[in-house]
Design a protein around this ligand. Structure first.
Ligand SMILES: [Zn+2]
Ligand SMILES: [Zn+2]
Length: 308
């Protein structure tokens, strides 16, 4: 049966300068033994170790933009992959300049790649389509080429009705698996059973939207519509709204406004400025607008599951 759990590991929830309590931005999404990485701030490889995630499981890396706090962990992470004798391919996506940055840093640090590395500069549209998931991106509002990403897991078949299968004489084992995969079967008594006889309506795949650094963006509202989770820039509280506007970031309340308009299930506030020792105010301001929100700490993990 298809596994239904997706884990979102907040490796670093800080923004700008690394602090003792918050690492620079990086989020790993793990499912089915594979890992996708969204941003790769300095020290991401150490945070991966702390989270118990092997870098060798990373298949694709998605960079939101080329400000140092989001990308300076990349050369170190790739160097480690080389030292661990990686053979599996790796694809990196990011706005224009990502390919140049990665190639220059690898070249000047004498890195000898033994595995296929593809680096693709992107700005919008569907950029990765795999059997289990697809990733779309759209421009963010940050004063430099910057991207928001939306990860959509593939839809999965509806819930299997074991009582019905029993009634129809489908024994447990391979025949039920075939039905779950959408294939018609014949029971040992010679009855034809179709998948729809035993399966509920298909369940829409989990969707996770990552704003990256951005001022409030109406395009993201549309792209993140009814997502299971929105991970949004919440660099400042309302007390520093001026800074948020000036540097094209968002306050926690602005992030909550986007979450409310997009009708997402949960909002995670990230990219917290090092000026804040606590995220209490961020959470209070956001919850006043959109109650289903939290400010995860480094190495916290949110599990997403299909509702039964
Ligand atoms: Zn940043
Ligand atoms: Zn930035």
């Amino acid at each position: 049966m298809t596994k239904k759990i997706v884990r979102v590991h907040f490796l670093g929830v800080g923004g700008g300068i690394p602090s003792l309590i918050r690492a620079p931005p990086s989020i790993a999404v793990s499912f089915h033994g594979r890992v996708l990485l969204f941003d790769c701030g300095e020290g991401t490889q150490l945070q991966l170790q702390r989270a118990g995630l092997s870098p060798q499981r990373i298949r694709e890396i998605f960079i939101s933009h080329l400000h140092g706090d989001h990308v300076l962990g990349l050369p170190g992470l790739i160097s480690t992959m080389i030292m661990l004798n990686r053979t599996k391919s790796l694809t990196i996506y990011g706005p224009p300049g990502t390919k140049e940055f990665t190639e220059i840093t690898l070249e000047s640090t004498h890195a000898h790649l033994d595995f296929p590395l593809e680096i693709i500069d992107v700005m919008k549209g569907e950029i990765s389509h795999q059997e289990l998931y697809a990733v779309n991106c759209l421009p963010a509002l940050h004063g430099v080429p910057a991207i928001s990403y939306v990860l959509k897991m593939a839809d999965i078949p509806g819930k299997f009705d074991t009582d019905k299968a029993e009634q129809l004489g489908v024994p447990s084992g391979p025949l039920r698996k075939r039905l779950y995969k959408g294939l018609q079967i014949e029971t040992p008594e010679g009855r034809i059973v179709k998948p729809l006889d035993v399966l509920g309506p298909p369940r829409i795949g989990i969707r996770i939207a990552f704003s990256g650094d951005t001022a409030p963006n109406q395009d993201l509202v549309k792209a993140a519509k009814k997502a299971s989770l929105l991970v949004h820039d919440a660099t400042f509280t309302m007390a520093h709204l001026e800074n948020a506007t000036k540097y094209q970031h968002s306050t926690a309340a602005q992030a909550a406004e986007i979450a409310k308009l997009a009708q997402v299930s949960h909002l995670a506030l990230v990219h917290i400025s090092p000026r804040y020792a606590s995220t209490q105010e961020h959470q209070q301001e956001a919850q006043a607008v959109f109650p289903h929100c939290s400010a995860p700490e480094d190495l916290e993990c949110i599990e997403l599951n299909f509702s039964e």
